[in-house]
Write a protein of this length. Structure first.
Length: 290
């Protein structure tokens, strides 16, 4: 029997009550700023509509920032995902240790990149405890330098990004029904075969999403590159170039063009990863319980 007209009208009103504010929020927070920045990038202070983009790819200290940022973001993302998968797999079963470990891993997220950078300057700097310990045991001559260079920024990205990736993959892997693995075990599958044939295919969509989110987070690195890197040298990332254009040169049009290119590079990597996900596995996106 069809629902009464007033019931369907009430359901439509509730749907509109939820959809309209969400659409307005997306429009104000995401769509309008993007369109404004895109239009601003095509209105340079001098030259034609593409002058900002031409300037970016013909200026020696601008176009290399894309490669510099990729050299930081890609290794950090791969390391975080590579470390998170086996640890999350081992912690997929409910246990008291899971709660404690996840609580501890939330700490770097709450601290933020700035406090992490300050801690690294204190402990990993030339006069930090790590350098002093290695020198005390004569394991390393001279101060070890893990800050104000490429390695300092990379370590910071790993520290700040790993908890985020780990919690994403852990939440995904705990949603896979363990009955599937037990059924495979009854057919003679060893633990490695269970992971390869059961968990890995079902994890690919979650790993792809975690990779994309972690990459976007790492690609937009700014505080770590300034505090722990060499902003005018090996860690001059694209966000620093956008900041200098906006707040040092006061060229907001060029800064918008750099931001558009930054988003375009991220879009290419994300689209590639999501496309590869379809190549490696096609099927249900989850093997959830229940």
């Amino acid at each position: 029997m069809a629902a009464p007209l007033h019931t369907r009208a009430a359901g439509l009103d509730r749907t509109l009550f939820l959809v309209v504010p969400a659409a307005l929020f997306m429009l104000l927070v995401f769509v309008y700023p993007f369109l404004y920045g895109l239009m601003l990038s095509f209105t340079p202070t001098e030259g034609g509509a593409l002058a900002n983009y031409i300037k970016f790819f013909t200026t020696d200290n601008l176009w290399p920032t894309i490669g510099t940022t990729l050299k930081l973001a890609m290794p950090a993302t791969l390391i975080n995902v590579g470390l998170a998968i086996p640890i999350a797999y081992q912690m997929r079963r409910k246990s008291p240790y899971q709660k404690w470990v996840t609580t501890i891993l939330v700490v770097p997220i709450t601290l933020g990149t700035v406090l992490i950078a300050e801690g690294m300057l204190t402990y990993f700097g030339p006069r930090g405890w790590l350098s002093q310990t290695l020198q005390f045991f004569h394991l390393y001559e001279g101060p070890i330098r893990l800050t104000h260079n490429y390695w300092g920024v990379l370590i910071s990205l790993i520290i700040s990004g790993f908890p985020f990736v780990f919690l994403l993959i852990l939440s995904y892997i705990t949603g896979i029904d363990p009955v599937l693995a037990r059924a495979a075990a009854t057919l003679g599958a060893d633990p490695w075969q269970q992971f390869k044939q059961i968990y890995w295919p079902l994890l690919i969509p979650g790993i792809a999403m975690a990779f994309c989110l972690a990459f976007v987070q790492a690609f937009s690195v700014f505080p770590s590159a300034v505090l722990l890197g060499a902003p005018q040298g090996p860690t001059r990332v694209i966000s620093i170039a956008a900041y200098e254009a906006a707040f040092e040169q006061y060229d907001y049009s060029l800064a918008s063009a750099i931001a558009m290119l930054m988003g375009f590079v991220q879009l290419i990597i994300v689209a590639f990863v999501l496309g590869m996900r379809r190549v490696f596995y096609r099927g249900p996106v989850t093997g959830g319980k229940g």
